[in-house]
Design a protein around this ligand. Structure first.
Ligand code: DC
Length: 234
């Protein structure tokens, strides 16, 4: 067991993985609230590192050459709050800046780099050191918390995921062209996330798959909470 890895005696860890737009983050956050656990949005860390590199003015074609040591010096950190974690770059808390188009466009290129994954692994494991955590991302159940008590893998049809993303962005969802473009963007991101060599998006062998295509949000949350209660209350 490496430093910061979760010890089962300390309280359950629930992992929620899945592709873009499957409802991971919103579901994980709501599930954490119902259970009184803390929520870890691991994607926010990849976004924070992307933001930090952009702010440093490092040209994107040089990102693959950046060392883990250099990335650590960018000082991306996380601190527990009552319900989740605040994300820091240096002395600043970052939040809305993490969701800009520029960050979203670059983050999946960064997320496939081994130095990046190495840099963020300990940080994520430390968040789980005392258990009672709902962690969402792409490799929570496979790599970061392989001993998690409950692993969930959310899936949904790509058209439904595209519709949800447009809704989230406040964009009109009725236009065929907007939807087609969003489907293309999501398919592209799924491909990059699943085909990368390191920590690809994949369902852990012991994960429970939930298809959310036809579930409304409350049912989605209830399905995960029921699963957690069934698997953790002995
Ligand atoms: O969930 P999100 O859209 O905030 O994730 C941003 C990017 O980070 C996405 O391209 C996948 C990547 N990511 C990852 O590779 N591993 C994680 N555990 C979380 C996110």
């Amino acid at each position: 067991m490496t430093v910061g890895e979760h010890r089962p005696s300390e309280g359950p860890i629930v992992t929620v993985d899945g592709p873009a737009g499957s409802g991971k983050s919103s579901t994980a956050k709501a599930v954490a609230r119902v259970l009184g656990y803390r929520h870890l949005d691991s994607g926010a860390l990849y976004r924070a590192l992307t933001l930090a590199l952009l702010q440093e003015g490092i040209a994107t074609d040089r990102w693959p050459d950046v060392s883990e040591e250099f990335l650590r010096a960018l000082d991306v950190d996380m601190r527990p709050t009552d319900e989740a974690f605040s994300v820091w770059v240096g002395s600043r808390v970052v939040d809305s800046e993490l969701r800009t188009e520029e960050v979203t466009d670059h983050v999946s290129h960064l997320a496939r780099l081994p130095a990046v994954r190495g840099c963020l692994l300990d940080l994520q494991r430390r968040a789980g050191a005392s258990g009672r955590l709902v962690a969402d991302g792409r490799d929570m159940g496979t790599v970061v918390f392989p001993h998690a008590e409950v692993k969930v893998y959310l899936v949904a049809d790509v058209a439904e995921r595209a519709r949800r993303r447009l809704l989230q962005e406040g964009a009109p969802t009725g236009g065929e062209a907007d939807l087609a473009l969003q489907i293309e963007t999501i398919t592209d991101r799924d491909r990059r996330d699943s085909e990368r060599d390191i920590s690809p998006l994949r369902k852990a062998d012991d994960a429970h798959e939930i298809d959310t295509t036809r579930l409304d949000f409350q049912d989605q949350v209830a399905a995960v909470v029921t699963l957690v209660r069934r698997l953790t209350i002995s």
